[in-house]
Design a protein around this ligand. Structure first.
Ligand code: AMP
Ligand code: ZN
Length: 115
C-alpha cells in the first residue's frame, strides 16, 4: 500500500500519531477531527496515500464509493440523525491543508463553530 512517511495522515494510519478512531477496515480509516467544526466531525480517509482528489483515478472508484457510503451509517452510529455535511477540500484554492485525501463529515445540533 502506498505510503508517504512525511504525511500526518499516513502516520495516523500507521499508529505513529494517536487518533480517536470511529471506524476502520482494510482500506479505510475514520477518526475524529482534532479541531471539530461541529459537535461530531470525522475524517474518512483511504489508508493508501492519495494526496488529493485530483489524484483519484478510475481504479479508485470503488474505494471512493465505499468511503461515501460509510458516511450516513457512521453518523447514525454516532447519534447524528438530524442531518450532516460532507466536504472534500482540494488543492490551494480548495484550502486543503493536509495533503492526504479526506472526506469531512460533520453533524450534530447547531450552532457549529464553522460551516
Ligand atoms: P483540510 O483543510 O480539508 O485539509 O482539513 C484538514 C483537517 O485535518 C482539519 O480539519 C484539521 O483539524 C484536521 N487535522 C489535522 N491534524 C489532525 C490530527 N492529528 N488528528 C485529527 N485531525 C487532524
Ligand atoms: Zn498520506
Amino acid at each position: 500500500m502506498k505510503r508517504d512517511p512525511g504525511c500526518i495522515f499516513c502516520r495516523i494510519v500507521a499508529g505513529e500519531i494517536p487518533s480517536r478512531k470511529a471506524y476502520e477496515d482494510d482500506e479505510i480509516l475514520v477518526f475524529h477531527d482534532i479541531e471539530p467544526w461541529a459537535p461530531v466531525h470525522v475524517l474518512v480517509i483511504p489508508k493508501e496515500h492519495i494526496a488529493t482528489f485530483y489524484d483519484v483515478s478510475e481504479a479508485h472508484t470503488a474505494l471512493l464509493g465505499r468511503m461515501l457510503a460509510l458516511a450516513p451509517r457512521l453518523m447514525k452510529g454516532l447519534g447524528v440523525t438530524n442531518g450532516f455535511r460532507t466536504l472534500v477540500n482540494t488543492g490551494v484554492d480548495g484550502r486543503q491543508e493536509v495533503q492526504h485525501l479526506h472526506v469531512h463529515v460533520m453533524g450534530g445540533p447547531r450552532p457549529w463553530a464553522k460551516g
